[in-house]
Design a protein around this ligand. Sequence first.
Ligand code: MRU
Length: 349
Amino acid sequence: MNMTGIETLRWRYNKLEMIDQRILPGRFDYIAYDCAASVAEGIRSMVVRGAPAIGCAAAYGVALEALRLREDTLAGFAEKLDLGFKSLAESRPTAVNLFWALERMRGVWASMGTAEPLQIAGRLLQEAHEISAEDIRINRAMGDFGAALLKDGARVLTHCNAGALATAGWGTALGVIRSAKAQGKQVSVIADETRPFLQGARLTAWEMVQENIPVTLITDNMSGYLMSKGEVDAVVVGTDRVAANGDVANKIGTYMVAVLARRHGIPFYVACPLSTIDRSIASGADIPIEERAPEEVSGFRDCQWAAPGVAIRNPAFDVTPADLVTGLITEKGVVLSPNSEKIAKLFSS
Ligand code: MRU
């Protein structure tokens, strides 16, 4: 079903298994999860990451918790499942897909009224499967719209990893690349390394190498140079949350790339499923930005190279103002020069 061969999340023997993205590409392994708290920990520690994949994992976390509590009384089930929702909601703050998926699961639960816990658990699992399957369908649709924007031979710069690993499959930004390839276009990727967690170096490069899609890895401070040399034709990135006015939160460094793209007249596209648009937030200024551990900046894993005691900032995301965005690529089509009116219209048609 996934069609990339990369199954970021899979359901096996009544457990959720997720590829451990912290150890790629050196090792490829799955970790199994059996309750909401353990899935929340998997999200927090970035075993799974990427906005849509986090949403899918959270949905499975709810289903696992419901299955775990299936023999409880209805009151006990409700009280404990609620705690499961809470622990998942507290796992990471920026990607709105997490909260979108939890709200959808809560709606399904509410629609079951006073049904038996076993029945509710079954229905929640069905919904989690549906959210994942839907994610792949949406990514394929976005891919087709996005691929039409790329010319044959396009050299596309991307930041972070918005690929199969960041979704249930196919990817958002890398889904556009995969769809372009499927349409017979010879596209190539320039992958920003993406300090400090190295999603570009470790994950995007790995995904592209797996599929023989030409990919060149650069450090984050090289993109301006390549743009100034005419070596980048388009930028395509994913997003964790888009505000009602079209401001885009994405991996730290995305804003810098958008400014550079504008300076060099290069189109800057954001692959954005509707589940990533948060219409309750008027502008990017209100998007919560996760601040992660200083050790991610002072070194990598066991190797710490900065002077102990140095002050460190580690915001994991930044906000690109809507006016720097050439277009949002959604499953309903491309929204050029996004603004509040155009985004509102997306949800009314
Ligand atoms: O911290 P991460 O790795 O979860 O951040 C991921 C990103 O910023 C992605 O670009 C975004 O979630 C889009 S994934 C389709």
